[in-house]
Structures are given as C-alpha cells and as structure tokens.
Design a protein around this ligand. Structure first.
Ligand code: CO8
Length: 258
C-alpha cells in the first residue's frame, strides 16, 4: 500500500493514513487502499480492535484531496463518493471495534471517516469540521448522514452550513468525541481502551455493535426484535457459559469467542 501503514500487536491493528505532505488528504488511491485494508481486516480473527489515525502530529485527515477534486467531472465526483461509501461502510460494519485516534485536523472527509468508527478519541489539538459548503460542494463521504445521527440534526446543520471548525473540547461537549487527551497520550489511551474492550466477550461486543448500528437505522420495534434475536444467538456461545459460570464461581472469566 502506498498511502497506509499497518501494525498489528496484541490483536490490535493500528492503521495510519500516511500522506503527511497533504495532511493525509484522501485521494482515490488512498480510498481504494482503505477499502481493501478494511475488507481484509474484517476477515481476520487475529485482530479484535482497529485504531485508525493519521501520520504526524498536525492532522488526522484534512479532508478529501482538493487537488484531485478540482478538475473532477460530476461522474468522477460520484465515483469517488461511492468508493468512499463502500470503504467507510466496511469500516463501520466490520466485526472488530474501531477507534479513531484523532490527532489533529479532522476536516471534511477526515471528520467523516472518524464518524464511521465506533469511538473517537481526540487529542487536545484536534479540530473537527465540515468545510465543504465553503468549497461549493456538500459533505460527500457520509457527513450529512452520520453527523446528525451522532450530534443531532440542529447541530449537524449548523456545522455543515457555517463550516465552523470546533476544537476537541467542543467536539466532546456535543458528543462527537468520546474523550479528549493530551496528544502525547493519544495512542496509549486508545490502546488502553482497546485492552479493556478485549477483556470482555469479543463476540458479544461484535453482536452489540451490530444491534446498535442496525437498530439506529430502523424503527424501535424492529431494533428490539433484532436485539432479541442477537441476544438469543449469544446464548449459543462458550463465552456465555464461561462468563456466567465464572461469575457464580466468583472467579475471573476467560472469554475467547470471536
Ligand atoms: N486536499 C489536498 N491538499 C491538502 C488538503 C486537502 N484537503 N488539506 C491540506 N492540504 C495540503 C495543502 O495544500 C498544503 O500543501 P502544499 O504544502 O503543497 O501547499 C499542505 O497540505 C499543508 O497545508 P496548509 O499549508 O494549508 O497548512 P495550514 O496549517 O496552513 O492549514 C488546514 C491546515 C487548516 C487543515 C488547511 O490545510 C485546510 O484548510 N485544508 C483543507 C481542509 C478542507 O477544506 N477539507 C475538506 C476538503 S473537501 C472534502 O473533504 C469533501 C469530502 C467529500 C468529497 C466527496 C467527493 C465526491
């Protein structure tokens, strides 16, 4: 891969978008690589948490690559949007837990890819925003859909219509960032969170992720039915037996299903 780095250690993959000269802007080649990378990770049983970050200390991802978009035709723009749609859906629906380590600017497509992750941890220098309408386009990598789901319709509209950049604390206040930490502690914080999540039943966590993601996109009754079905499925696992037996035997559970 020309634009991505990946390291796997202790069942945690750190995927780094690595185009520091353009503040990790997403061009078509990077989107295609992300699509491939996320598809491959989803099939791997030796990775249980993915941390997504950007190279350097200034930017997570400063958006889609404006130098590529400037002369793009409507058909090319649509193709890029659909490529991102596929890649980001793979990220959003993979069975692994995904954490965006937002280490600086997360603008446009950068904010959008972070929102396709399960959790966003921001460094104290992070800035979030959707500057697209200032460029004469609209968010095209999911911003009009995922931002209102995360922060509510009114706040999402304000951010998208004004192009305001918000800092990490404001992102935390409105629920866009789960946590804010000093930049030098960002990766360690994400790894500690990964470790805590991996100490729970990973298969159960992946079922809960599926229930939340699918349930948020459907009506309450259908979401509750899905939850009941997945709840039933979780009763078929070794982890359910081990988790409950360990509780009753007053010992630490050894949960291994994934
Ligand atoms: N695309 C391409 N290059 C970029 C981008 C970008 N999004 N962002 C920064 N760069 C480049 C700069 O051009 C510059 O390159 P060079 O050194 O060759 O001049 C280098 O990165 C460093 O950037 P700056 O000198 O501008 O650094 P500053 O510290 O002065 O500013 C900012 C940092 C504030 C992040 C500034 O670079 C900026 O505003 N960047 C653009 C942010 C932006 O508008 N992002 C949204 C892009 S649109 C988008 O994401 C749409 C998503 C949906 C697309 C759908 C397609 C179908």
């Amino acid at each position: 891969m020309n634009n991505l780095l990946m390291e796997v250690e202790n069942e945690v993959a750190v995927v780094t978008i690595n185009r520091p000269k353009s503040l990790n802007a997403l061009n078509s080649e990077t989107l295609a690589e992300l699509d491939q990378c996320f598809g491959e990770i989803a099939e791997r049983k030796d990775i249980r948490v993915v941390i997504l970050t950007g190279s350097g200390t200034k930017a997570f991802v400063a958006g889609a690559d404006i130098s590529e978009m400037v002369n793009a035709t409507p058909a090319e723009g649509r193709k890029m949007g659909l490529l991102a749609k596929e890649a980001f859906l793979k990220l959003e629906t993979m069975p692994q837990v995904t954490i965006a380590a937002v280490n600086g600017y997360a603008l446009g497509g950068g904010c959008e890819i972070s929102m396709a992750c399960d959790i966003r941890v921001a460094s104290d220098n992070a800035k979030f925003g959707q500057p697209e309408t200032g460029l004469g386009i609209l968010p095209g990598f999911g911003g009009t859909q995922r931002l209102p789901r995360l922060v509510g319709k009114g706040r999402a509209k304000e951010l998208i219509f004004t192009c305001d950049q918000i800092d990490a604390q404001e992102a935390y206040r409105i629920g866009l960032a789960n946590k804010v930490v000093p930049q030098e502690e960002l990766l360690d914080t994400c790894k500690a969170m990964a470790k805590k999540i991996m100490s729970k039943g990973s298969y159960a966590v992946s079922l809960a992720k599926q229930a939340i993601n699918t349930g948020m996109d459907t009506d309450l009754a259908s979401g509750l039915t899905l939850e009941a079905n997945l709840f039933g499925l979780s009763f078929s696992t070794d982890d359910k037996k081990e988790g409950m037996t360990a509780f009753l035997e007053k010992r630490k559970a050894n949960l291994t299903d994934f």
